[in-house]
Write a protein that binds this ligand. Structure first.
Ligand code: NAI
Ligand code: 3PY
Length: 312
């Protein structure tokens, strides 16, 4: 079995060694320009068109959870990957735990008013503030798939009212489920902390805009952990400045790296990280890919296949 690998920033030698050891009989090589030799599987992130085009592959694996960049490339170059070749993405593979850490720590930060205490510290001002009440701190997850469900699971023991919004209804213990566009207003009403874990699709671009933010509880918080294009940054800044929103925690941006001139950098109530909420954990990803290739080789169904029409 021949496997080609391409990632613009990963330690390719680690992956080649780990995959070669994990998959019996696999010959794994780094794909380089001009390589048209046979391959059964391709493991990719931001692949050049010529890497995949014209190959009779059994499957392609995206080396991340979000497949928006490869799907948008496919729109421009459908010849890169004919419909009959399945595209898989990484499901969790260690990202669930990272999202749990990120979301729980930030929700608790806001709930215990550490943002306010930091602001008071700037003024050398000593003042114990009134506690927030759990029942006023409803956490709403936009997107309740692999990562959203893990975040809900980690938040559950903290006792905040939890709800999620997704395409189809979910049955997660202790989580109120809202489904479809018609239930979005009910989901937003009363949500105090909004955590975005939607995929980037034609339907979700710009979803966190003025209209949506206005429907949240007053003095609410927004955490964007999915993609920058979900959030209309100018609307977020307006909502913060009007007092509708109390704070935002952003991991992803409309442009990455975020340009130095972005007003987000200087805003006192915007906390930021540089797209690190959850990164691909190589060992877990190799396990998942090994398992999935094993199932495909036996003609058995495997999870993680991207629905190209749906866009995620
Ligand atoms: N910031 C970071 O470091 C990372 C960000 N991500 C982002 O997180 C996203 C989510 O990842 P997973 O949970 O693995 O995806 P998933 O496919 O398992 O879950 C997606 C969820 O969104 C919902 N959804 C999709 N379209 C919808 C619509 N139009 N209306 C209502 N609900 C809709 C689905 O029903 C599902 O609940 C990825 O697509 C990626 O963009 C993923 C990993 C790391
Ligand atoms: O896996 C993804 O989609 C990511 O955003 C990784 O950072």
């Amino acid at each position: 079995m021949d496997i080609i690998f391409y990632h613009p920033t990963f330690d390719t030698s680690y992956w080649i060694k780990a995959l070669s050891e994990a998959i019996p009989g696999a010959r794994v090589r780094e794909w380089k320009r001009g390589d048209n030799e046979h391959a059964d599987y391709a493991l990719v992130w931001h692949p050049p068109v010529e890497m995949l085009q014209g190959r009779d592959l059994k499957a392609v694996f995206a080396l991340g959870a979000g497949v928006d960049s490869i799907l948008s490339k496919l729109k421009a170059h459908p010849e890169m990957l004919p419909e009959h070749i399945p595209l898989f993405r990484l499901e969790d593979t260690g990202m669930g735990q990272q999202m749990q850490e990120y979301a729980v720590s930030q929700v608790l930060h806001w709930f215990r008013r550490f943002d306010d205490y930091q602001a008071l510290k700037q003024q050398s001002h000593w003042e114990p503030l009134a506690d927030y009440q759990r029942e006023d701190f409803t956490v709403g997850l936009l997107g309740a798939g692999v990562l959203g469900s893990k975040v809900a699971e980690a938040l559950a023991p903290w006792g905040f009212p939890l709800r999620c919004w997704s395409r189809t209804r979910k049955e997660y213990p202790g989580v109120e489920s809202f489904a479809g566009a018609e239930e979005l207003p009910a989901f937003l009403k009363g949500t105090r902390v909004l955590i975005n874990l939607l995929p980037n699709t034609a339907e979700t671009v710009g979803i966190i805009n003025h209209d949506l933010l206005n429907q949240l509880a007053d003095q609410s918080y927004v955490m964007n952990l999915a993609r920058g294009v979900h959030l209309v940054e100018a609307d977020l800044l307006k909502a913060l400045d009007s007092g509708k929103l109390k704070g935002a925690m952003l991991d992803v941006y409309s442009r990455e790296p975020l340009p130095v001139e972005s007003p987000l950098w200087a805003h006192p109530r915007v906390a930021m990280t540089p797209h690190i909420a959850a990164v691909t954990r190589p060992a877990e990803a190799v396990d998942y890919i090994t398992r999935t290739i094993g199932l495909l080789e036996q003609g058995k169904p495997a999870t993680g296949q991207v629905d190209r029409q749906r866009g995620y």
